[in-house]
Write a protein that binds this ligand. Structure first.
Ligand code: MLT
Length: 408
């Protein structure tokens, strides 16, 4: 008899953003005359930078000619992209990362979800709360947790991010083997200082642990004191893996391209205590299960590292940060406190009440979609996340509607 992976039965019925999409679809069906503005899921709205469009066309043209046609590419990504990433994203910031430590993929969601596969099934996990749900759910699927009791899975050390700690979780007093961190943070928009990251690197070293550092929103950092990569911290090469994405940096949510950085010095251990290269394990997994990102898409991704590409990316991220500023100001003027939106495209609003009720209120009374904080974890209750990813006109219209609805 075919049997299921029963770990899946521990999960909530559906993924947070699918849940929200269903509620919005139901609302739209019941109210076909009302236009909904989406500031929920962090999906970009602005067209790809011009350099990317040109590179996509050029890549497609190459595929149209026998002499330049390409079949399977290297699973790890084309050298031209890996070299550009290593040079501009890391070496330029003083991080000793080489091109062959970069694995190109079709998205950070997949990378963050898949990476746990190469580690033991009985690891001790430390995961922030609130958090991007993929970190928790994929570990639940893999059987690393117990049941969900009162909104929390047994077996996870939750790292609380609250108003009291400025939404940057403290180092736990207990040991963990695999630690998830995300800065600039999704959902709170909080950023971590060098000293805070250095404390995590030190903790990981003491525990022979690994930090999974999600830096998908790095391009939104404007404060020059804030590190863009965990590899800016001394010693991080021995304890960290970093996830980066072109989705929010260059508008690739639909185009799909990301990468993961695994230093060759990073080790994990077997039951006898023997050290193994994590890079080699991931390379084995990646080349078995993945056949690379399409050539034109990698060409488009590489184009953002040209001088013009960098300018265009800056313009695009500035545009969304301009939206974030408007959202922050509007929310504050309504008497609600918020964080984020300065070095991140998300604004984390402290509503003080039930977050799904607030979500419903905005949907029903303002036809604006936000993301209820409770969907990101227990500490997210009392908050909602507002995304800056939309056109300026839509953000301005949404804020006017929210103001009207909340003043009623
Ligand atoms: C979010 O809204 O949290 C993100 O768009 C989700 C993702 O990047 O997968």
């Amino acid at each position: 008899m075919i049997r299921i992976n029963e770990n899946f039965t521990k999960l909530k019925a559906s993924y947070l953003f699918s849940d929200i999409a269903k509620r919005v679809a139901a609302f739209q069906q019941a109210n076909p005359d009302k236009s909904v503005i989406r500031l929920g899921i962090g999906d970009v709205t602005e067209p790809l930078p011009g350099v990317c469009i040109e590179a996509l066309h050029a890549g497609a043209d190459e595929l149209s000619r026998r002499e330049t046609f390409k079949g399977y590419g290297p699973e790890q990504g084309y050298a031209f992209l890996r070299e550009a990433v290593a040079k501009h994203d890391f070496q330029a910031r003083g991080c000793a990362i080489d091109a062959d430590e970069i694995f190109v993929s079709d998205g950070s969601k997949c990378d963050c979800g898949n990476i746990q596969e190469i580690f033991s099934g009985d690891l001790r996990l430390a995961i922030p709360d609130p958090v991007y749900p993929v970190y928790v759910d994929t570990n639940v699927m893999a059987g690393r947790t117990g049941a969900n009791v009162d909104g929390r899975y047994q077996g996870i050390t939750y790292l609380d991010s609250t108003p009291a700690n400025g939404y940057v979780p403290a180092i736990p007093s207990t040991s963990a083997d695999l630690i998830y961190l995300c800065f600039p943070n999704n959902p709170t928009g909080a950023v971590a200082t060098k000293a805070q990251l250095a404390a995590w690197v030190d903790y990981a070293k003491r525990n022979k642990a690994i930090i999974l550092f999600d830096a998908a929103y790095e391009a939104y950092i404007r404060d020059p004191q804030i590190p863009h990569s965990i590899f800016e911290i001394e010693g991080a090469r021995d304890v960290a893996i970093e996830f980066r994405s072109f989705s929010k940096t260059a508008g690739f949510t639909g185009t799909r391209c990301a990468f993961i950085v695994i230093p060759k010095t990073l080790k994990a251990y077997d039951t006898t205590g023997q050290a193994h290269s994590v890079h080699a394990l991931w390379n084995r997994r990646h080349s078995t299960k993945f056949n690379g990102v399409s050539y034109p898409v990698q060409k488009a991704a590489a184009a953002i590292y040209t001088e013009l590409g960098r300018r265009q990316v800056r313009e695009m991220t500035d545009y969304y940060l301009g939206n974030a500023k408007l959202i922050r100001e509007a929310v504050t003027s309504l008497g609600l406190s918020c964080v984020g939106g300065e070095n991140a495209p998300y604004i984390w609003v402290n509503t003080g009440g039930d977050s799904w009720a607030f979500f419903d209120r905005l949907l029903n009374d303002a036809q604006v979609v936000c993301t209820p904080g409770a969907g990101f974890g227990r500490c997210g209750e009392g908050h909602v996340r507002i995304s800056a990813f939309n056109s300026r006109d839509n953000v301005i219209a949404a804020l006017a509607r929210i103001a009207h609805a909340l003043k009623r």
